[in-house]
Design a binder for this molecule. Structure first.
Ligand code: M6R
Length: 364
């Protein structure tokens, strides 16, 4: 049942701290505080490049995974949505890694991409929530997300569990490739282990999120902005809003706004920005100032370190704890998903079963 929550989506949103913790328990040795992946049938040290593919929210998780694999493990990564990957027919040698991400393990596009990658004889590693699924059977190895069953069509907790696995995979890959000294690993793992507590702090921001939701619920179009690993967070926010509230939303990399979408900005198009205090904060802030100067209403997700400067320009903000840059997208996505939920509740839509959508899409 829904355990007293209004919808499965609300219940599942409140499971973020739990599923991040459970997933970490599988991948981090508590004694040594080191990432320990299950045995893989190939060596991460020998992989020259990876191609990530997935659909929808799982694809956005993959985009964040790419930032980590490139930044921390210095592994070249290519990424495409599963329904397009085959048409690019990317040149891959046989030691490459095909990294597939899916909650259900049954998504037809992702399964077809897996089979296409199989033809090029790359190693197939899948990040899956349903461990007895079609994709699990056809993969060389599976990294399980420990999110438990996700009932709501809009994915929430599976997303943060996917990010947690991808973060651990990035650490393990970095170590295997000789790009991670023990001190740095300790720093990154500590940031991960701190997340369940921080995620609970994020959930406690519901009043601020509801206040934002009242503005968004009145809009016809909404623009989501983010930079770096927060760009996929913006994309996830826009997708979730479209799915369950039927409000049109688009996500842009914050710096790309001035190359076109800035012409849309006026007081009727709220701007939802993800702008915590990362090294990219100043640049994002100046993009937001440009939007504000054109009459844009700014609704900003930030952190305690960014709040003072954001408050000078934002109409509303949600302030989360400041955490290590590495884990910032995992934390910041939580209230962004919650915003979509609260807007849908205000709109009175069928939150758990939005029109035209199915939990797992089994046609190509
Ligand atoms: O089961 P999968 O993770 O393969 O599903 C992929 C997408 O269909 C899924 O993430 C979809 O975008 C969700 N409804 C997003 O909330």
């Amino acid at each position: 049942g829904k355990d007293g929550y209004r919808h499965y989506m609300e219940k599942e949103l409140h499971e973020h701290p739990l599923v991040i913790g459970q997933t970490l328990q599988r991948m981090v040795d508590p004694a040594t505080r080191k990432v320990v992946l299950p045995e893989l049938p190939f060596s991460l040290a020998d992989v020259p490049r990876a191609v990530i593919t997935a659909c929808g929210s799982a694809f956005y998780a993959g985009m964040i995974g790419r930032y980590w694999l490139e930044e921390i493990a210095r592994l070249p990564v290519d990424i495409d949505v599963a329904s397009e990957l085959r048409y690019r027919n990317p040149p891959l040698d046989r030691h490459s890694l095909g990294l597939l991400i899916s909650q259900s393990g049954e998504t037809a596009d992702t399964l077809a991409a897996l089979r296409a990658l199989r033809q090029t004889a790359v190693h197939i590693l899948s990040v899956l929530n349903v461990e007895h699924s079609s994709m699990a059977r056809e993969s060389d190895a599976v990294l399980g997300t420990v999110a438990g069953p996700e009932i709501s069509v809009a994915s929430t907790k599976a997303f943060t569990a996917q990010l947690t696995v991808l973060a651990c995979l990035s650490i393990a890959t970095a170590r295997a490739r000789g790009h991670l000294d023990p001190l740095r690993e300790e720093e990154l793992v500590s940031a991960l282990l701190d997340l369940p507590t921080r995620a609970a702090d994020a959930l406690a921001q519901h009043d601020a999120v509801r206040a934002m939701a009242r503005v968004v619920a009145e809009a016809r179009d909404v623009l989501y902005l983010g930079r770096g690993s927060l760009f996929p967070v913006a994309m996830e926010g826009a997708l979730k809003l479209k799915e369950i509230s039927y409000i049109h939303a688009e996500a842009y990399a914050a710096g790309e706004m001035k190359h076109g979408p800035i012409s849309l900005i006026d007081s009727s198009v709220p701007i939802v920005a993800s702008a915590p205090h990362t090294p990219l904060f100043d640049k994002t802030l100046s993009n937001l100032q440009e939007a504000k100067a054109r009459g844009g209403r700014l609704l900003v997700f930030t952190d305690t370190k960014g709040a003072e400067r954001v408050s000078a320009i934002a109409e509303q903000m949600v302030v989360l704890p400041h955490v290590h840059d590495f884990v910032t997208p995992i934390l910041q996505v939580i209230p962004v998903q919650m915003l979509a939920y609260e807007v849908a509740v205000l709109k009175g839509t069928d939150v758990d079963q939005p029109r035209n959508l199915a939990k797992s899409v089994t046609v190509e």
